[in-house]
Design a binder for this molecule. Structure first.
Ligand code: ADP
Ligand code: MG
Length: 252
């Protein structure tokens, strides 16, 4: 019997691409409202782990649970499609490369999913979009197209679009690493605000200062395993493992 009392529970996650084992028996839990940073070298499996949470990269072994429901359930195809769409609506995801629809305005980008997937009327979806865009400081750009926005503004719209689905969990995969340095802070500020609102978040980042300031826990991944985890003040200042220490020496 699986214990489902944790909000996010990853149990013995294993993922191989052919012969390459990318995730090696990773287990971790995230409590409701917790903010977890995942750090680690390129190729260590951070993105694969994040994408496994909403089954975009299906695990080859192990289980993912969100709020008492198993995400990566084995079901007949039609039932699986319905199940996974419902689960993905509860999990917002923001990637490194803004994936706004270029031919749609900011408003249309944010209202589309709530109208299509949640049957909201245009008026309801507009109200929701205005609220979420206001939250990320992008309300005055509601009728702009993505090409008319800076990278930081696009990323803030991407966050608003994810929030419009009222997710239970937000996943960020290097949301600021493609931005010019002067645009990083405006996106970090939005993530900080979400943290203050007690949104549960798992954040893959290279920004150690941000992780230390915002996250409750830091996980250091290397070669498909979680090498070390703990509160930021321990992992960053007093890491136990040599591999963590060596990585941090290069990155702080
Ligand atoms: P990170 O995000 O930590 O940089 P990734 O999760 O992207 O690492 O990748 C981990 C490993 O898995 C890398 O060796 C990468 O080349 C490999 N990998 C990722 N996605 C695929 C894929 N679709 N097919 C084959 N190998 C992949
Ligand atoms: Mg990655």
């Amino acid at each position: 019997m699986t214990d489902t009392s944790d909000f996010v529970r990853i149990e013995h996650a294993q993922k191989s691409f052919g012969k390459l084992e990318v995730l090696k028996d990773i287990s971790l839990t995230v409590e409701r409202g917790q903010i977890v940073a995942i750090i680690g070298p390129s190729g260590s499996g951070k993105s694969t782990l994040l994408r496994a949470i909403n089954d975009l990269d299906a695990l080859t072994g192990g289980e993912i649970w969100l709020d008492g429901v198993q995400v990566n359930k084995t079901l007949p195809h039609r039932q699986y499609e319905k199940h996974i769409n419902e689960m993905r609506q509860q999990i917002g995801m923001v990637f490194q490369h803004f994936n706004l629809f270029p031919h749609l305005t900011v408003r249309e980008n944010v209202t589309m999913a709530p109208m299509l997937l949640k049957d909201l009327s245009k008026a309801e979806a507009n109200k929701l979009a205005e609220e979420q865009l206001d939250h990320v400081g992008m309300l005055e750009r509601i009728d702009y197209y993505p090409s008319q926005l800076s990278g930081g503004q696009k990323q803030r719209v991407a966050i608003a679009r994810a929030l419009a689905m009222k997710p239970k969990l937000m996943l960020f995969d290097e949301a600021t690493s493609a931005l010019d340095p002067e645009l990083v802070d405006e996106v970090n500020q939005v993530m900080k605000k979400l943290a203050e609102d007690h949104m549960t978040m798992i954040i893959v980042t290279h920004e150690m200062d941000f992780a230390a300031a915002v996250c409750d826990r830091v996980l250091f991944m290397d070669q498909g395993v979680v090498v070390e985890e703990g509160p930021p003040e321990v992992v960053f200042k007093n890491p136990v493992k040599d591999r963590t220490r060596e990585f941090l020496r290069k990155h702080i």
